[in-house]
Design a protein around this ligand. Structure first.
Ligand SMILES: *Cc1c(COP(=O)(O)O)cnc(C)c1O
Length: 206
């Protein structure tokens, strides 16, 4: 595990941050990587995010998965950053539980071209951002996206990059471009990712 983690870090440009997706792994492995200096971890289920944020309060816990409104409180209270915001009602529900400092939030964009997938469609982004901007406890810091399995990964990542550049003109803090997982993070880095989310390549498949 440590060697795989180090190999990824050695390959990453300085400008790209690694989020270690720990949903597949044990607390012991998290402890080991934390001791090696990994600070940013991702969880895809709100309850697991809460549990691990309570167990490891000194680490940064990134919420990367889909969210139902009734679990919003865990994200509002425990997330360091929310990557998967794509629904205004859920966003309002999360915001209610955020403390005094606004929660850094990425809008998840559907870049795969599959209508059933999570995320705001690129063409709906301007309207979504208008509504989002009324939620003062959430601070827009960028965009997140996932390529389709077997789809044209590079084209999807280029699309997200373009969306990020478009919104950056009116939202100067929205610099983050979070894309790339175990099977495609190298392409994501080539396409300008500022954050990648890697789980199984570090921790193994489960
Ligand atoms: C699980 C997960 C990842 C990590 O997936 P791997 O392919 O194991 O690296 C990244 N992003 C999201 C949203 C996930 O749910």
């Amino acid at each position: 595990m440590i060697r795989r983690w180090q190999n990824i870090l050695n390959t990453l440009p300085q400008s790209t941050q690694l989020i270690a997706v720990s949903k597949y792994t044990t607390n012991t492995n998290i402890q080991v990587l934390a001791q090696m200096g990994q600070v940013d971890f991702g969880e895809s289920k709100p309850q697991n995010l809460r549990d691990r944020a309570q167990q490891f309060p000194n680490l940064h816990w990134h919420m990367i998965g889909p969210l139902q409104k009734n679990k919003a409180k865990y994200v509002g209270r425990f997330a360091y950053m929310w990557h998967s915001c794509c629904n205004i009602e859920a966003a309002e529900a999360v915001a209610k539980h955020v403390g005094t400092t606004p929660l850094p939030t990425l809008i998840q964009v559907n870049i795969s071209g599959e209508p059933q997938k999570q995320g705001v469609l690129p063409s709906d982004l301007p309207l979504f951002l208008e509504e989002f901007s009324t939620i003062h406890k959430l601070e827009l810091v960028g965009l997140m996206g996932m390529a389709a399995k077997g789809g044209d990964t590079r084209t999807s990542f280029k699309l997200l990059h373009q969306c990020r550049d478009d919104i950056l003109r009116s939202h100067s803090k929205a610099t983050a471009l979070c894309m790339g997982m175990s099977n495609d993070w190298r392409i994501a880095v080539e396409e300008g990712a500022t954050m990648i989310r890697v789980g199984s390549e570090i921790f193994g498949e489960t």
